[in-house]
Design a protein around this ligand. Structure first.
Ligand code: HEM
Length: 499
């Protein structure tokens, strides 16, 4: 009996969540009923990626508040309310990612996304300056060139149907490799495609691991599951290694040329006009200063490359889809773009883009309904009291369900309707700040958020200027899948008609 009070015994002795004042836990956070006698531990077992996605959506709809589950020796606190999101993301002690991020370690190792404590702090410090306004302003030239290359594919066509699901990821991978890594993919296009294909396979494996509690344990997984991952991991790591090697050579040449030219001390490589700066250079310089080693550089390159291409891909795929579905909103974007951006794109820069207020609302609303990162997880390191009265035992997994938060009917009117106008200042004033967190918030927010918005807006502007975008899909028929990023089974297509 005592045991039962402290542990959810059949969930492999999961310590129970308690309350500060002894109130029943259910009065603050209901406990979701499990599918088996083992609490919720086997709720996802044998489910498809689409069913895994629907599992949490179903709970959110039925329970309508943040709720608790128990499984595999741990409590899971599932958060869908902004009030609780605020408590979690503002807690200095809750910066460690949840155990499921460990399943990403073979691919990303412990780079900025997956590391914690001292290592995370020191890496964040090294990388933060690389997302500075002046550097993004330079990257804008690359986004523009890549966007023009994107529309160039349709040269000569007065109208054409395209699969954005297929074409966009190539654009975003090219963009991240050239900006962050300083390496053009032109002669590595096939390798890039292969990298993406293998990362998609790794994502599938990641999901299989989440849904199968036997695979949560590293030892068991390494014995029975990990072998299949090896060739995929090799492909993606070979790709990133090749990029690092290429950049090292380019950088060495640049440094040599600079010495030969007797450049004065102020002629910094970062701002030298002919030599474009890449984020990877910062890491290579940090290596010279002994702040990071080669292995560390690989970790950050894998992390930036993955985070930097897949998230913006999903944002753009849904952004172009929404342009096609809502002709009136597309027209408002188009009018605005025409007002501020010259037809030859000569003034398309970071300052002009900042003037496009309606486009900004359009992109925000797209990321509300289709957040590229639909959930995030934290792990409680030490017993933690939250201001809402809950006491979370050590090892509790906190799941922030961004998808449900962004469609929480308590905070969003008709949440399933696409309305960029929600983000007009006058319509946002009374909204809870933490009801909208596409880029997370607090210490571990997205380091690339300004970069991402700039890249996505640039492509949308270039496409809009030249084409009217017409619909070919109906999102009502979409089947969403769980993944590291938001996924759908459907091939998203649009029709482009030259203006
Ligand atoms: C639409 C595009 C993007 C979205 C929606 C997005 C969203 C997010 C979210 C929600 C997190 C927090 C994850 C967590 O707590 O587990 C995050 C972290 C991160 N993002 Fe992004 N991201 C985007 C684009 C980018 C880009 C373009 C880059 C790099 C160039 C990037 C690099 C990172 C990194 C390195 C982290 C880890 C930061 C840390 O823990 O210190 N992201 N992102």
């Amino acid at each position: 009996k005592e045991m039962n009070k402290d542990y959810f015994v059949l969930s492999f002795f999961a310590p129970r969540v308690k309350t500060k004042d002894g109130r029943p836990v259910e009065s603050i956070a209901p406990v979701a009923k499990g599918k088996t006698i083992f609490g919720n531990g086997f709720d996802l077992y044998g489910k498809s990626d689409a069913e895994i996605f629907q599992h949490s959506r179903g709970h959110a709809k039925k329970i309508r508040s943040s709720y608790i589950e128990y499984g595999m020796g741990m409590a899971l606190y599932n958060v869908i309310d902004p009030e609780v999101v605020e408590l979690v993301l503002n807690d200095q002690n809750l910066i460690t990612k949840s155990v499921i991020y460990d399943f990403l370690h073979p691919a990303l190792r412990t780079g900025l996304l997956t590391s914690t404590d001292k290592k995370w702090h020191s890496r964040r410090k090294i990388l933060t300056p690389t997302f500075h306004f002046n550097i993004l302003a330079q990257f804008e030239e690359i986004f523009k060139a890549e966007s023009l290359k994107f529309v160039e594919q349709f040269r000569g066509a007065s109208e054409i149907s395209i699969s954005v699901s297929e074409l966009i990821p190539r654009f975003t991978l090219n963009s991240i490799c050239e900006t962050a890594m300083g390496v053009k993919l032109d002669d590595m296009a096939e390798k890039g495609d292969n990298y993406r294909k293998n990362f998609a396979l790794i994502e599938k494996r990641f999901l299989r691991r989440i849904s199968n509690p036997f695979y949560w344990n590293n030892t068991t997984y390494n014995l029975f599951g990990a072998k299949e991952d090896k060739p995929m991991l090799k492909t993606i790591h070979d790709f990133s290694s090749e990029i690092i090697a290429k950049r090292r050579i380019l950088l060495q040449d640049a440094l040599k040329n600079r010495q030969n030219a007797h450049a004065d001390a102020d002629d910094d490589i970062y701002i030298n006009k002919k030599q474009r700066f890449a984020m990877l250079d910062t890491l290579i310089f940090a290596e010279k200063d002994g702040l990071i080693d080669h292995q560390g550089i690989c970790e950050e390159v894998d992390t930036l490359m993955f985070e930097g291409f897949d998230t913006t891909s999903m944002g753009l795929i849904f952004g172009l889809m929404n342009m096609s579905l809502y002709a009136d909103k597309q027209e408002l974007c188009y009018q605005e773009v025409n007002e501020f951006i010259d037809d030859d794109f000569s003034n398309l820069d970071i300052n002009q883009i900042a003037k496009l207020k309606y486009l900004d609302c359009f992109v925000k609303e797209t990321m509300r309904m289709f957040p590229s990162v639909p959930f995030m997880g934290r792990q409680v390191q030490r017993k933690t009291e939250l201001a809402n009265g809950l006491i979370l035992p050590a090892d509790t997994q906190i799941m922030l369900h961004v998808f449900d938060l962004h469609r929480n009917p308590k905070h969003w009117d008709s949440p399933n309707e696409f309305r960029p106008e929600r983000f007009f200042p006058e319509n946002s004033a009374n909204r809870h700040i933490y009801s909208y967190i596409p880029f997370s918030a607090g210490q571990r927010n997205c380091i690339g958020q300004k970069y991402a918005l700039l890249e996505m807006k640039t492509l949308l502007i270039v496409v809009l200027k030249q084409f009217k975008i017409l619909p070919l899909v109906n999102p009502k028929h979409f089947v969403f899948n769980s993944g590291i990023t938001l996924r759908t089974n459907n091939n998203i297509k649009v029709k482009l008609v030259r203006r």
